[in-house]
Design a protein around this ligand. Structure first.
Ligand code: ACO
Length: 428
């Protein structure tokens, strides 16, 4: 029988034919497989969802073995070369590249929403002077939920659209305010004449000049980095976004949760961790000893390895080229030589080769961010800004998907069997 899987349950000798569609079987089809009539039915055990598709999605395609990444069918290298972040965000959200009129309208829409409510500014002022900007970022995104109660109406497509525009437009402002707060500088209001990334640089770095003029190479480099980070299918933070959104929480609450997931050093915090690692290594001469330590199980080579990519991360390749352009303007980041030597040794070493560990997107992005003048703790925030487009596109797709319900995994209970309560006085 074509396109079915025949399963023999050796406990009962019964056979089952389960349909195969799109390279998967439905986990619920296994529930009919029972050892006895009162048996709950067969489940799969898949901690960390290593082999479970949780949705059908038409946004991002990844072939981890071949190192392919496409948004809506367009290869990432073509988008990085020809597109802008805002155009790519429109593509990710709507499924098609916008024409000129659509792109102009979308850019205008985003420009109109960049301001933050003054109460949000006051809210941000309450943080400690040395608060981590990612902590400020995710809390402030969550706090926007209280400013926009209309966002609760998640079944209304028009309302969803409005929140999407608000969030995409406001995350750079929140990020810039978090940065200025952490270094004790006054906040800079958005400049509507500038591009998305040009304005972001303005809100970050403007001092006393009347008009901030971003360096075109740095403005473009940041835009390319934003394109590369815009979506990455069902990663940890996107799964969090979908999972929280599946309870019908508003998008600000859901996005705060997604940003919290991104904060961790195994995910969006990895670019910050890479720089700490490079500083700790200190010099090219210390690289072999560091690699030996990692191979001995003492720590990980941060910025290496990926759950999905088992070859060179295509984003890392583009970032490496972008780094050269940025260093021409800013001067070479002195940690670059250590990174290049780490990559050279790791790509030849049996430990890394056999485990298919290659540089990921975070290995070089931190070097660029640092050369551009960002402190290390801003790195995860710089990841969260563009990923907002992906999170929202995935959230919107999830809400329109008739297959989806509130996310609720199963468990295998391995705790104590039923037992009677023991009065406190008689406990040992
Ligand atoms: N350095 C050294 N060894 C590693 C590394 C690494 N960076 N990554 C994986 N390994 C080893 C593991 O120890 C394991 O070895 P073993 O089979 O001998 O036990 C093997 O490779 C497989 O590793 P897993 O942890 O099973 O792989 P998983 O898919 O769960 O992890 C992850 C993927 C979290 C990205 C991992 O490679 C890692 O921790 N990398 C460093 C952190 C990092 O750069 N994160 C950014 C990811 S990209 C992003 O989020 C944008």
């Amino acid at each position: 029988m074509a396109d079915t899987l025949t399963i023999t349950d050796n406990r009962t000798g019964k056979q089952y034919d389960v349909p195969i569609a799109e390279g998967t079987i439905r986990a619920m089809d296994l529930r009919q497989i029972k050892a006895s009539p009162d048996d709950f039915g067969l489940m799969t055990y898949d901690p960390a969802f290593q082999n479970t598709a949780s949705c059908r999605s038409s946004i991002t395609f990844i072939d981890g073995d071949k190192g392919i990444l496409e948004y809506r069918g367009y290869p990432i290298d073509q988008l990085a070369e020809h597109s802008t972040y805002l155009e790519t965000a429109a593509l990710i959200l709507n499924g098609e590249l916008p024409n000129t009129a659509e792109l102009d309208a979308w850019s205008r829409e985003i420009t109109l929403h960049t301001m933050l409510h003054e109460n949000i500014k006051k809210f941000m002022e309450g943080f400690q002077y040395d608060a981590h900007p990612m902590g400020i970022f995710l809390s402030t995104v969550g706090a926007l939920s209280t400013i926009y109660p209309d966002a609760k109406d998640i079944t209304n497509a028009e309302t969803r659209r409005l929140q999407i525009s608000r969030l995409i437009a406001k995350v750079p402002s929140i990020a810039a305010y978090a940065f200025r707060h952490s270094i004790g500088r006054p906040y800079v209001y958005p400049d509507n004449d500038l591009s998305f990334t040009g304005n972001f640089l303005n809100m970050l770095f403007k001092m006393t000049e009347l008009k901030y003029r971003p360096h075109p190479v740095l403005e473009r480099a940041l835009d390319v980095l934003f394109i590369l980070h815009a979506d990455h299918e069902q990663n940890c933070s996107t799964s969090a976004m979908r999972s929280i959104g599946s309870s019908q929480a508003d998008p600000y609450a859901s996005l705060a949760g997604a940003a919290a997931a991104l904060y961790g050093p195994l995910h969006g915090g990895a670019n910050e961790a890479v720089l700490h690692m490079l500083k700790e290594i200190g010099s090219v001469a210390n690289v072999p000893a560091f690699i030996a330590r990692v191979k001995g199980g003492d720590g990980r080579l941060m910025g290496f390895g990926h759950r999905v990519y088992k070859s060179y991360d295509p984003r890392a390749r583009i970032i490496k080229q972008t780094a050269d352009l940025v260093f021409d303007v800013t001067g070479r980041n002195p940690l670059t030589d250590i990174a290049l030597e780490l990559e050279r040794i790791a790509l030849e070493d049996e430990y890394f080769v056999s485990r298919k560990l290659y540089p990921n997107v975070d290995f070089y992005s931190g070097l660029i961010y640092q050369a551009m003048g960002f402190p290390l703790d801003m790195f995860p925030v710089l990841f969260a800004i563009p990923r907002t487009a992906g999170w929202l596109a995935q959230w919107d797709e999830m809400l329109r998907d008739a297959d989806q319900k509130i996310a609720r995994p199963r468990q295998i209970y391995i705790g104590a069997a039923r037992r009677d309560y023991v009065p406190r006085a008689t406990r040992g």
